[in-house]
Write a protein that binds this ligand. Sequence first.
Ligand SMILES: Cc1cc2nc3c(=O)[nH]c(=O)nc-3n(C[C@H](O)[C@H](O)[C@H](O)COP(=O)(O)OP(=O)(O)OC[C@H]3O[C@@H](n4cnc5c(N)ncnc54)[C@H](O)[C@@H]3O)c2cc1C
Length: 276
Amino acid sequence: MKPRAFDYVRPDTAAEAIDLLAQHGEDARIMAGGQSLMAILNLRMSETKVIIDIGGHEDFKGIKVAGGYLEVGASVTQNELLSWPELAKTAPLLAKAMPWVGHFQTRNRGTVCGSLSHADPSSEIPLSLATLGGEVVLRSKRGERVLAAEEFQTGMLSTAREADEMMVAARFPIAPNLRRAAFREVARRHGDFAILALAAVADDDKSVRLGIGGLADRPVATRIDTTSKAAIAEALGTLAWELEGSDDIHATARYRRDLLRRLGPIVIEEAIACAA
Ligand SMILES: Cc1cc2nc3c(=O)[nH]c(=O)nc-3n(C[C@H](O)[C@H](O)[C@H](O)COP(=O)(O)OP(=O)(O)OC[C@H]3O[C@@H](n4cnc5c(N)ncnc54)[C@H](O)[C@@H]3O)c2cc1C
């Protein structure tokens, strides 16, 4: 299918992009990499009348370390972050999760903030943000607000972003105790969305922070007692039932819960075994 007719605007500055959002509200959408938005438009799942293209915009570029966070600007592509030389040392979980995001070609255009804004429950970047306890920065003409990952993503393809707000940056915590990290996912083919994705951070001697993507309608991060194998198995069993999941064309909820129980101990052990 082809998209409905829309106006295309390429703002010169960040301020102009925010002005356009304020002016058009629900009728407008930011386009970052277009890797998800174009599909949404082609399938006519959106009535968008104005596309505000910030792809590659210099005002939103920038990967910086500040205030205990790795801060990634709105037009930083997934491959730009992956090829940032400090990534593995600064944010090992992201370095392990990012190669699973789509394909080299989609990562060349797809952005980190675009993936967070799109809010697919199986996506690796929202899962990493939730597991690390990160936050996003939203800007509008009314000012700026910072939302924690769990406040931002409210469900499948749904977020707490207001129509006049733009995500200007994502902040991933980088404290030294977050460096023992592991990531695993199961998908039909590498590059497909995950049937189940797991991220683990061994930030404590007696427990691990585990993130689960692809089971609930959003990524879920929780603490797992790691004092014994039995404790891990019990926690994962309880979690599988709590998150429940649902069937879709890719897999049944039962299969996803089973993956959590089987893959969970592996990813947790991997995180614990990492050198700090
Ligand atoms: C073949 C293929 C395979 C893929 N596989 C995966 C995969 O395995 N894992 C995965 O996670 N993703 C996958 N994707 C999706 C890809 O990662 C997208 O890049 C990502 O979901 C959206 O990023 P984008 O920059 O392209 O955003 P866009 O497509 O431009 O935008 C997506 C949505 O976010 C909004 N948006 C974007 N940026 C902002 C912003 N700064 N502020 C406010 N709203 C904003 C847009 O308005 C739109 O609603 C795949 C895509 C393709 C085409």
